[in-house]
Write a protein that binds this ligand. Structure first.
Ligand code: NAD
Length: 476
C-alpha cells in the first residue's frame, strides 16, 4: 500500500473516490500537495447503510474476536509506522517526536482498549428471579475528528466502538484527512467490510452525519462552538453523543519551586504540539515570589533549546500552525495584545513572509485577567504568565471559565498541591506532572469542555446501551 498518493475514502471495504475533491496543504510550505474526495450525501448514505448491514454480524462477534482484529490493526500500524509518520508530519506539521508518539501511541491504545471487557452485572439472583444488566452496542457510530491529533483521536473512537460491537464511520478534519483515510484503508485487511469506513469532506459532511437518522451515536472531538451545533443537531434523533471540546487549562506554580528545573516541564505543558492541544496549559499562574525567576527561566529555556521549523527537519521541536484559518486566529491574538499594550517576555512578532504558517514561541508578561489572551483558547504558541499571591484568589481565577478540561499544580509542598488541585474544576487534574494519559484512565471535560468521556471502561461503555434483562424462573 502506498501512503503518499491515491487518497480515497473507504466504504463497505472498498476504496471510493468522489466527483469533487478538496485540497490538502503542507503547513510548512503553504503548498497544496494532495487532493481528497469530497463525499456527497449519497455516499454518506451508502457508508451508513453498509455500516448498518455490517452491524448485524459484527455485533454478534465475541469480544475475543474483536480483540484479535484490533491487535491486527495495531500490528499494521506498527509495520507501516514510518510511512504514516511521514504523512502525518506533512499534512499536520508536527515534528518527528510528536508523530512517533501519536502513531505508535495509537497502536498501543488499540491493544490496550482491546483488552477491556464489558461486564454483565447480576443485580438480583434468587430462586424466583434473575436480573442482569447487560451492555449492548449502541449501533452505527459517526466519529468526527479534529486536526491537531488526527490519528490518535480517531483511534480513541474506533477502538472502543469496535470493542463494544458497534460499526463506525470516521470523518477526518478537512485540514488533515490523509492519515485517517490511510489507516482506515489499512484496517480493511483485518476487518469485515462495512465495520470501519471513512468519508472525507468539509464541515457540511459533519452536519449531515449529526442529522443522519441511521447513525445512533456521534463521537466528537473539536471546539466547544462546534460541539454545541453537534448536540443541537443530534437532539432531533436523540443520538448519543460524546463531546470532547475546548479547554483553557490553568497551571498554578507554588512559591517553593526551583525555576530552572521546572522551566522545561512548564514549557512542554504549554507548547507541546505547538500549543495546538486541547490540554495545553493556556494560563500560567506563577506565585509572585518566583514570578520573575520562572518567567526568565522559561524564556532562557526557549532561547537555548527550541527550534521552530518544518516538522520534516530532524532538528525541529515545534512545527507550524496547522492551517491558514488557525494562523489567522493566532495572528489576531498577537494583534490584540499589541493594541492593548501588553508586554511580551519573549517573542511577540510573527514573520508573515515565512514559508509556512510559523509563529514564534511567545510569552505575555502578566496581562490583565479579563484580557482575551487569558479568557479565550488561542490554540497557538502564545502563553499568558500571570502573578498570584493569595491561594483562594488563584483558585477562583483558575476556575473562572466556561471550560473545565485539565489543570495542573506544581510545587514541592505536596499537601498544598493536593489541597489546591482538589478544588480545581476540571476533568483531569495533574499534580507535578502533565499530559499523563492512559487507555485505562477516563478522559473528559467538565463544564463546557465536554460531555461524557473517552478511554477506560467508562469510555467503552459510552458505545453501549445498558439493558436490564429479567428472568422469572417459574417458567412461562
Ligand atoms: P472544529 O470544531 O472546528 O472541527 C472539528 C471537526 O468537526 C472537524 O472534523 C470539522 O469538519 C467538524 N465540523 C465542523 N463543523 C461541524 C458541524 N456543524 N457539525 C458537525 N461537524 C462539524 O475543531 P478543530 O479546529 O478541528 O479542533 C480544535 C478544537 O478542538 C479546539 O477547541 C480544541 O481544544 C478541541 N480539541 C478538544 C480535544 C478534547 O479531547 N477535549 C482534543 C483535541 C482538540
Amino acid at each position: 500500500m502506498k501512503f503518499d498518493c491515491d487518497f480515497a475514502m473507504t466504504i463497505n471495504g472498498q476504496s471510493v473516490t468522489a466527483n469533487n475533491t478538496q485540497p490538502v496543504y503542507n503547513p510548512a510550505t503553504r503548498a497544496v500537495f494532495a487532493e481528497v474526495p469530497d463525499a456527497s450525501p449519497a455516499q454518506l448514505d451508502e457508508a451508513v447503510g453498509t455500516a448498518r448491514q455490517a452491524f448485524t454480524s459484527w455485533s454478534k462477534t465475541s469480544m475475543e474476536e474483536r480483540q484479535a482484529a484490533l491487535e491486527g490493526f495495531a500490528d499494521l500500524i506498527v509495520d507501516n509506522a514510518e510511512e504514516i509518520m511521514a504523512l502525518l508530519t506533512r499534512e499536520q506539521g508536527k515534528p518527528r517526536a510528536g508523530a512517533e508518539w501519536e502513531v505508535l501511541g495509537s497502536a498501543d491504545w488499540l491493544r490496550a482498549t482491546a483488552s477491556l471487557r464489558l461486564p454483565q452485572e447480576t443485580v438480583d439472583d434468587t430462586d424466583e428471579r434473575r436480573v442482569v444488566t447487560r451492555y449492548t452496542p449502541v449501533g452505527v457510530v459517526g466519529a468526527i475528528v479534529p486536526w491537531n491529533f488526527p490519528i490518535l483521536l480517531a483511534i480513541w473512537k474506533i477502538a472502543p466502538a469496535l470493542m463494544a460491537g458497534c460499526t463506525i464511520i470516521v470523518k477526518p478534519s478537512p485540514y488533515t484527512p490523509l492519515s485517517d483515510l490511510k489507516i482506515v484503508e489499512l484496517a480493511q485487511q483485518v476487518l469485515p467490510p462495512g465495520v470501519l469506513s471513512a468519508v472525507s469532506g468539509g464541515d457540511e459532511l459533519g452536519k449531515w452525519m449529526t442529522a443522519h437518522p441511521d447513525i445512533n451515536k456521534i463521537a466528537f472531538t473539536g471546539s466547544t462552538e462546534t460541539g454545541r451545533h453537534v448536540m443541537r443537531s443530534a437532539a432531533d434523533t436523540i443520538k448519543r453523543v460524546t463531546l470532547e471540546l475546548g479547554g483553557n487549562d490553568p497551571a498554578i506554580v507554588l512559591p517553593d519551586v526551583d525555576a530552572k528545573t521546572l522551566a522545561p516541564e512548564l514549557f512542554w505543558a504549554a507548547f507541546q504540539n505547538n500549543a495546538q492541544f486541547c490540554n495545553s496549559t493556556k494560563r500560567l499562574y506563577i506565585h509572585e515570589d518566583v514570578y520573575d525567576e520562572v518567567r526568565d527561566a522559561l524564556a532562557d529555556f526557549v532561547a537555548n533549546n527550541i527550534k521552530v521549523g518544518d516538522g520534516a527537519d530532524a532538528d525541529t521541536h515545534l512545527g507550524p500552525i496547522q492551517n491558514s484559518m488557525q494562523y489567522g486566529k493566532v495572528q489576531d491574538y498577537f494583534a490584540d495584545c499589541h493594541s492593548n499594550g501588553y508586554q511580551f517576555a519573549l517573542g511577540g512578532d510573527i514573520d508573515e513572509d515565512a514559508a509556512g504558517w510559523f509563529v514564534p514561541v511567545s510569552l505575555v508578561d502578566n496581562p490583565p485577567e479579563d484580557s482575551r489572551i487569558v479568557q479565550e483558547e488561542p490554540f497557538g504558541p502564545i502563553l499568558p504568565l500571570l502573578k498570584w499571591s493569595d491561594e483562594a484568589d488563584v483558585i477562583a481565577r483558575a476556575n473562572d471559565t466556561i471550560y473545565g478540561l485539565g489543570a495542573s499544580v506544581w510545587g514541592k509542598d505536596l499537601e498544598a498541591c493536593e489541597r489546591i488541585g482538589s478544588q480545581l474544576e476540571a476533568g483531569t487534574v495533574w499534580l507535578n506532572e502533565v499530559h499523563q494519559y492512559s487507555p485505562f484512565q477516563a478522559f473528559g471535560g467538565h463544564k463546557q469542555s465536554g460531555l461524557g468521556c473517552e478511554n477506560s471502561l467508562h469510555g467503552l461503555m459510552e458505545y453501549t446501551n445498558w439493558q436490564t434483562m429479567t428472568l422469572n424462573k417459574s417458567g412461562g
